[in-house]
Structures are given as C-alpha cells and as structure tokens.
Write a protein that binds this ligand. Structure first.
Ligand code: FAD
Ligand code: EPU
Length: 335
C-alpha cells in the first residue's frame, strides 16, 4: 500500500489545480482495500475517493484522506466479457475491445479516466453510455470491508447518474468492473457529425478501428487536451426539461438544438445556451470558457478552484436569467 502525507494532487486532477491533501493512500488489491478501510480512524476523515481526477474541481487543499485504486489489470473472461481493475485506464479498455473484435465501446473512445469511474459516472458520448456495457461492479464496503458484487440493475443508471453518486456516495471502493461486449458489430453512426466526419474520409461502412479513429478525430478537434489546457470535460450536465418549457423556448429560438428523451421531456444542450449568453471564448481572470466548446471550462494558467467556481456561478446565473433553466455541474466540486 502506498501512503503519502501532505501530498500534491496536481498530477491527479486534469483541471491542473495545485492543491494538496493531508493523506493519500493507494490500494493495489481487493485485500489491501479491505485492510485499508478496516484501519481507518476518525482522524482520517473526510474521505475523497479518487480515480483519474478528470471530473473533479478542487477548491482548496483537502483536509482529509484521498483513497485511490492502484488495481490495474484487464482479463477476458469469455467470448464477450472483459473484466478490468478499477485503475485500468478506460481508453486502454476501449482499445483492447476494438483490437479483439469486441464491439460496443468504440463511440466511447478517448474519454479520460479509469474503469472504476465508468461505473460511477455512467460516461457517455456519441450515442453510447457505459451502462450499456457494464454487467457487474465489484466493490469493497468502507464501513465493513465486505466485498459486494452489484449487477447493472442494482446501480440505477441514467444520464450521468448512478447509485454510486447518491445513496452509495462515499460508501464503496470499486475494485473491478465486468463489461459485456458484443461479437456482432452494429456501429452507431447517427449521432452528431459522425457520418459527416466519415464522409470526409470517404468511408461509408467503417470498421470498428476506423470508427474509433473518427471519434478520436472529432473529439480532438473540439475538446481541449488536459495536458495542454486544464479542464474536466463538460462542466455542466445538459438539462432535461418538460416538453412545455422546450416548446416555449423553441418558439423563441428557431435553431435551438435539442434531443427528445421521451414524449414529455427534451434535453437542451447547455453549451448552446452558454454560447447564446455570450460566454464562449470569454474569461473571468484565469478561468475561461473554451473557445471551441462552451460547455468546457478551462484553466488558462494558474487558476485556483475558487476562480473556476466564480466563473461557473456567473454562467449559471446568466443561463437562468436568459432561459429560465438551472444548469447543474457534472464536475464534482470538492470543498
Ligand atoms: P474521477 O474524476 O477521479 O472521479 C469521478 C467519480 O468517480 C467521483 O465521484 C469518484 O469518487 C468516483 N470514483 C472514481 N474511482 C472510484 C473507485 N475506484 N471507487 C469508487 N468511486 C470511484 N465524461 C463523459 O461522460 N463523456 C465524455 O465524453 C467526457 N469527455 C471528457 C473529456 C475531457 C477532455 C475530460 C477532461 C473529461 C471528460 N469526461 C467525459 C469526464 C470524465 O472523463 C469522466 O467523468 C470519467 O469517468 C472520470 O474518470 P476518473 O477516473 O478521472 O474519475
Ligand atoms: N453547441 C453550441 N455551442 C457550443 C457547444 C455546443 O451551440 O459551444 C451545440 C452544438 O452545436 C450541438 C449541441 O450543442 O448542436 C451539442 O453539442 P456537442 O455535440 O458538442 O455535445 P455536448 O452536448 O456539448 C455531450 C456530452 C459530452 C460528449 C458529447 C458527445 C454532456 C454534459 N456532455 O456534450 O461529454 O462527449 O455530448 O456525445 O452530456 C463530458 O461529459 O465531459 C463530455 C465531454
């Protein structure tokens, strides 16, 4: 087990915030995770369970203990199932699947972070979500050290939500995730500009590897690389509103993009609303709104968590005032 004190989290958050934690503990196996949770004392609290830190905003030094999985392996269980340790890099898993003719993960290419978080966040992109692949989640209960095996249905997945974000928040250390892929290739090409990007390459029926590369190209063209500009992807979730609210706005804004959720609800892209408010490419001090994607807030250099909070609250206020809609952060803000 790796144990550090007064430890810098700069390399552990993609926003590039220079904060420290009082203690940092990394467990390398299920047994170490059990030993760790059974040894926790009152002075170790509060706890912050950290993956790759790509959906995290640190607003100050962390006065408690950061727990990080170091369990990194991938194993194919049978024809369709792959199990990954919670610290296994998500995109390495996607790459493995594409290379081994296991289908269904292609559209989730190059999402940063680790496999453990894929079971918490229900990551999604280009018409796919990790919940469509997750079969089972193995986790150690912090209060008891017991190992649990949760089925997909136990985790109550929906758009960027799971039980791990609510009722089970801070209650479990995820140690591995089992995914079920498909041997039948049924590419999802209808979302956003996938078909247009394929047409540009003169590809009509992409192989899984070509589809993966196209998703990578689309994303690289509009999302900032955290190695270059600190960010945590979409800062806000896209709000899902009642149909009546959508119709009221659609009458006012003819070109408003939207996605139908069901007959009573529509999802409205927060990035579009933020751009309409005039924030795209703008900044408040060292905290900025990315010039190519208004849903992404960026650290222009030396921003503190408080700088990013000031910007996100100003954006929330403006969107509420202009559209009458509250937008909520997807990113976890840690006090
Ligand atoms: P962290 O940010 O460290 O943690 C996320 C949550 O998971 C926290 O609540 C944490 O407590 C919990 N957690 C992590 N590991 C464990 C564990 N072992 N046990 C229990 N709980 C755990 N997200 C999307 O959905 N779609 C995208 O297209 C997308 N694009 C992005 C692009 C960029 C450039 C960036 C920077 C981020 C993007 N994201 C996207 C957000 C982010 O990549 C995902 O939310 C990812 O799943 C976070 O993984 P992580 O390992 O960094 O988790
Ligand atoms: N838009 C604008 N201006 C902007 C940004 C977007 O008008 O500055 C419009 C676009 O033109 C498009 C619509 O908003 O009509 C949606 O934009 P985009 O396809 O870029 O996707 P998004 O809704 O901004 C979501 C996810 C992303 C995911 C992409 C692709 C959320 C919160 N975000 O973004 O996930 O990669 O779709 O599927 O659902 C993340 O969660 O961190 C993330 C990056």
């Amino acid at each position: 087990m790796k144990i550090e004190s007064d430890y810098s989290l700069l390399e552990h958050n993609t926003f590039g915030i220079d904060a420290k934690c009082r203690r940092f503990i990394e467990y390398a196996s299920v047994e170490e995770a059990q030993e760790l949770v059974r040894s926790l004392n009152a002075e170790d609290y509060p706890l912050l369970i950290l993956g790759g830190g790509s959906n995290l905003l640190l607003t100050d030094n962390y006065k408690g203990t950061v727990l990080h999985s170091g369990i990194s392996f991938i194993e194919q269980l049978d024809n369709e199932r792959v199990r990954c340790g919670s610290a296994y890099v998500w995109d390495d898993f996607v790459d493995y699947c594409v290379a081994h003719n296991l289908y269904g993960a292609e559209n989730l290419s190059i999402i940063p972070g680790e496999c453990g978080a894929s079971a918490v966040q229900n990551i999604g992109a280009y018409g796919a979500e990790s919940k469509d692949l997750i079969e089972e989640v193995e986790a150690v209960e912090i209060a008891t050290g017991e190992v649990h095996h949760f089925k997909n249905a136990d985790c109550e997945y929906s758009y960027r939500q799971s039980k791990f974000k609510h009722e089970w928040r801070n209650k479990f250390l995820i140690t591995s995730v089992t995914y079920r892929l498909s041997k039948n290739y049924d590419p999802k090409l209808d979302y956003g500009n996938i078909r247009a990007a394929l047409a540009e390459k003169d590809i009509e029926n992409p192989t899984a590897a070509e589809l993966r590369q196209t998703i990578i190209d689309i994303r690289n063209a509009k999302l900032p690389d955290p190695e270059v500009i600190g960010n945590a992807g979409s800062f806000f979730m896209n709000p899902i509103v009642p149909k009546a609210k959508y119709e009221e706005l659609a009458a006012q804004y003819e070109r408003m993009p939207h996605y139908t959720i069901d007959e009573n609800h529509e999802k409205i892209p927060a990035g579009w609303m933020i751009e309409q408010c005039g924030w795209k490419g703008k900044a408040l001090g060292p905290a900025g709104v990315y010039e190519k994607q208004a849903l992404v807030l960026v650290n222009l250099g030396g921003a503190t968590g408080a700088d990013i909070v000031r910007l996100y609250e100003a954006i929330q206020r403006d969107v509420k005032e202009k559209f009458g809609i509250e937008i909520h952060p997807e990113v976890n803000t840690i006090p």
